[in-house]
Design a protein around this ligand. Sequence first.
Ligand code: SAH
Length: 348
Amino acid sequence: MTNLYALTPSELGSLVAELGERPFRARQLWKWMYEKRVDDFAAMTDLPKRLIDELGQCASLGSLQSVARQNSADGTEKRLYQLADGQLVESVLMPYDDQRKTACLSTQAGCAMACVFCATGQMGFARNLSAEEIFEQAMLFARELASQGERLSNIVLMGMGEPFHNYEATMHAIRQFMNRLGIGARHITVSTVGLAPQIRRFADEGLQVNLAVSLHKSDDIQRSALMPVNRRWPIDELISACRYYTAATNRRITIEWAAIAGENDTPDEAHKLGRLLAGLLCHVNIIPLNPTDRYRGAPAEHESIDKFRNILKHYEVASTVRLRRGIDIDAGCGQLKTSLIKLDQISG
Ligand code: SAH
């Protein structure tokens, strides 16, 4: 079976030629796939019946199999997909009041970064996703929304995995979001644990895609305890890569801060962070910690977050507090995992 989403326009042309059809059929097929976004060859009504039958025999529209879906009381939707080799990944759709529809996608099955507070980090690493597997998660939401007369407007690569640990496939998928789904670069965000060399490489791509950096702590010893990757790329190197990025792109970086009570929400922490970020083109996105099975920290309280933000203001560091979404279905930041329990539920 050939996955048609994996093909370039010219490869699709070759396939259609092999099936004995003229080149314009490939263009029609492309339109059905990417503009009308149908999920079935039979719906491609201007293609000859013979071609539809042949495609049904030798080709597929994607390779992800949806094995579970959950809806949150706040409108957030989560999907669990099985990949061709049996690996599982999750992706999330978040509708906002202003009509935005944001998909949060995975770039790896599991994650090798081992951040202690993150459910995916707690699972360990299985494998990189291919560009098609990343792209298809977006396509599936785009398709579903199109059937309701709506459109996918934003994409964040904040699901399972570390996008910059799977750099090539991630960049390939990003270009497909833009070219094949018509999502503007400014509506796409890549989030990284802080792989400094890839931040520099990303800066040189010449794209308007947003960058988010997960910081969570501003001194090396404590950050290394929460995020082992910090031993490899300590804060100095990370911030210097961030400066390189802002100088090269003139784009503002989002610094992510999962606020953990007593751990990184104190006035002292706010001063340290303010000093670290003062003068960097950035803004801090604070999200109270979401619960995960294997980390005992608690989310920071409103009052401490307010104080924290006021202190950042002294350093002219802007901040926002992110809405927590989908917590009732474990669809919040850092909550994506594909546990054995879930597998039992599927097979049972
Ligand atoms: N690997 C990438 C993207 C995936 S995680 C990265 O680290 O940035 C997306 C965001 O959720 C990151 O900022 C991550 O640090 C944060 N996160 C992880 N676990 C969390 C938790 N339990 N509560 C709140 N945010 C969490």
